[in-house]
Design a protein around this ligand. Sequence first.
Ligand code: FES
Ligand code: FES
Length: 202
Amino acid sequence: MTTQTIRFYHQGSVREVAGVPATRTVLQHLREDLRCTGTKEGCAEGDCGACTVVIRELDARGELTLKAVNACIQFLPTLDGRALFTVEDLRAANGALHPVQQALVDCHGSQCGFCTPGFVMSMWALYENQPASAGLPTRDEIDAALSGNLCRCTGYRPIIDAAQKMFDYAQHPRVALDRDAIAATLRTLQRKDTFEYSAPDT
Ligand code: FES
Ligand code: FES
């Protein structure tokens, strides 16, 4: 079974995908169709977190909410009307590492690196969900944010250290997404949905 055209925000523009099987995963689409290979495949069954990406959607109040999900078990059609972010989105125009990535480097939080893009995205979701005015997240909040990611060779201490260090704005000035621009794009997608809807004949 294939789906109707879906539209989602990705890498600064609206992407339209038509005729995909309903069970095609976000991970398959990223790696096989778009050649965005920064997102890794480990277990392919939602256990290891190597494939973590971040999805944003407008909630009932029109606010952007953000969550880290496993791309290997997220079906592509569920992206319709939402925004998708992968580790490629953290790349700065000047090539600088995002504070999340720089903190991992500073704390020696990566060895083989296979788990690292997934950790980066879970940490980025935490970073974006924690406004500068809110102070540091608690250790429990950090543990919860990273609970879906497994690392087999570095160990978790340096990764948790990095998740705290990324909030040291004196050392790593905050880099935040333009939420208003993304929210405006998502509202456009929702409006278009409304215009295209036609009630069945009665
Ligand atoms: S590849 Fe392991 S959770 Fe997706
Ligand atoms: S750095 Fe090797 S699995 Fe995490």
